[in-house]
Design a protein around this ligand. Structure first.
Ligand code: FE2
Length: 461
């Protein structure tokens, strides 16, 4: 009866909707509250069928997005529906522009179901979503209590951060800004410094986009994390460190020293110019390190060697950043043929992720290389459960031997990354360019002498 009255009211403006969120907190829900005509109701049993269908048939999680708008303390006390993304409704009251930005980052064409404890706050958020342009919005009628036919899972120290993706198409790299929306503390993961090989120029166009995003949303960046020493793009971590007012730390896995040792010898870095001891980074992350983003988003690190010996995967609440390990399910995994890489290690590392993180963890990959047939758009996230079921190279039914032979065969067909030498020579140094060459003539101004990347060459008959 109540919901019927609500659906018959006229559609308010966006400003009205934001005021609705605020006024809801001030006076509570009443039958005179305006609402959109296009938020549709869904009952618990029907939502359960949708969730099961998605789990069994949708490797990319394209069918449905479930958004839980309860407060974090409510989830801590009674748990959550697996796969639900949490955006606390209180943020709509305190920071409506931030709430709208987080909501707008979701796919507006996807069926989106909002739920809360009683169905009231989620209806208000449904109205906001409609106003923001979401096409297919549902409210779980009766809220959490009506969802008793849907399996729940207890709170597992995995609150949802806001994950914003900035995809860099030249190197097909996914860069992430990961934010606790209650405090605005945020991390940047795997940022790209642009490189033009024809003009031999390095430029920060992409990094400036990240800075613009950070400033627009008043984020406090405290860490920049590289999941590994990238061989296909230059890291913008040092540039961002220098240009963000918050002066964030640059983190990388502690086995970076193994990679530094191997490649500093290959490139014959002068000993007075480079030490392979990780001093170029602010913190070297160890296996099992734990820390907190914002007030209560728990984070931890897993060593996941395979692509390189220093790869680390990071869990930040319910989001996992796996760098170059898992790729999207129709691609499989990253390559393992760089010096220090290991197909065998990659299999063990991915199974370590499968064993340590819970199934509804959102897995954000380091790159996406969409296949041409059938083609698809760039995509960077699906759940751990989807990988276990659908990853074409390493779902849970693929044996160690099968994976090893498949990966080795694929790696044998791959060329070296286009920017491998500039990337390694920058990233081993913590995202800084090689030092200037020494002047040949003592009267020459050292500042006028250039910097150079070394490109190895060999003769082949
Ligand atoms: Fe990589």
């Amino acid at each position: 009866m109540l919901s019927l009255q609500l659906r018959n009211l006229s559609k308010p403006t966006n400003k009205c909707l934001l005021r609705l969120s605020t006024s809801y907190f001030q006076r509570g829900f009443s039958s005179t509250t305006p609402s959109s005509t296009t938020v549709k109701p869904v009952e618990g049993p029907e939502l359960r069928e949708w969730l099961i269908h998605q789990q069994e048939t949708d490797p990319f999680r394209k069918q449905l997005c479930l958004v839980d708008v309860r407060e974090r303390h409510e989830i801590e006390s009674v748990g959550k529906i697996p796969g639900a993304l949490n955006i606390p409704f209180s943020v709509a009251k305190e920071h409506p522009e931030l709430f709208n930005a987080v909501l707008s980052d979701l796919d507006k064409n996807k069926k989106t179901v909002f739920h809360c404890m009683s169905g009231r706050r989620s209806r208000s958020v449904g109205d906001i979503a409609v106003e923001l342009g979401f096409k297919n919005v549902y409210n779980l009628e009766g809220g959490w209590k009506a969802a008793d036919t849907i399996p729940h899972q207890p709170y597992a120290k995995n609150h949802s951060p806001w994950v914003h993706t900035i995809f860099e198409k030249e190197t097909e790299t996914a860069q992430y800004v990961v934010t606790d929306i209650e405090t605005r503390e945020a991390y940047i993961i795997d940022p790209v410094l642009d490189y033009d090989p024809f003009s031999s120029c390095v430029h920060p166009s992409t990094a400036k986009q990240i800075i613009e995003f950070v400033r627009k949303h008043k984020l406090n960046i405290t860490k920049i994390i590289d999941t590994h020493v990238h061989a296909d793009h230059l890291s913008a971590a040092n540039y961002l460190k220098m240009h963000l007012d918050s002066k964030p730390e640059f983190w990388i896995g502690k086995n970076v020293t193994k990679v530094q040792d191997v490649f500093s010898k290959k490139y014959n870095f002068p000993k007075n110019d480079f030490r392979a001891n990780g001093e170029q980074f602010d913190r070297l992350i160890d296996e099992g390190d734990t820390w907190t983003l914002g007030g209560n988003i728990q984070c931890d690190a897993l060593f996941t060697p395979g692509h390189t010996p220093a790869c680390v995967s990071y869990r930040i609440g319910d989001a996992g950043f796996v760098g170059d390990t898992l790729f999207m399910p129709d691609i499989g995994t990253a390559r393992c043929d760089f010096p220090g890489g290991s197909v065998e290690d990659m299999y063990k590392s991915i199974h370590k992720i499968y064993d340590h993180w819970i199934d509804d963890t959102r897995i954000y990959v380091g790159h996406d290389y969409p296949p041409s047939d059938p083609g698809r758009d760039y995509d960077v996230m699906t759940t751990l459960d989807a990988h276990k079921r659908f990853n074409k190279m390493i779902n849970t039914h693929v044996s160690f031997d099968k994976y090893v032979s498949m990966r080795k065969e694929r790696d044998a067909s791959l060329k070296a990354p286009r920017f491998i030498h500039p990337s390694l020579q920058t990233n081993l140094r913590g995202g800084t360019l090689p030092s200037r060459e020494q002047p040949a003539d003592e009267n020459e101004d050292p500042a006028s002498v250039g910097r150079f990347f070394k490109i190895p060459v060999r003769w082949k008959d």
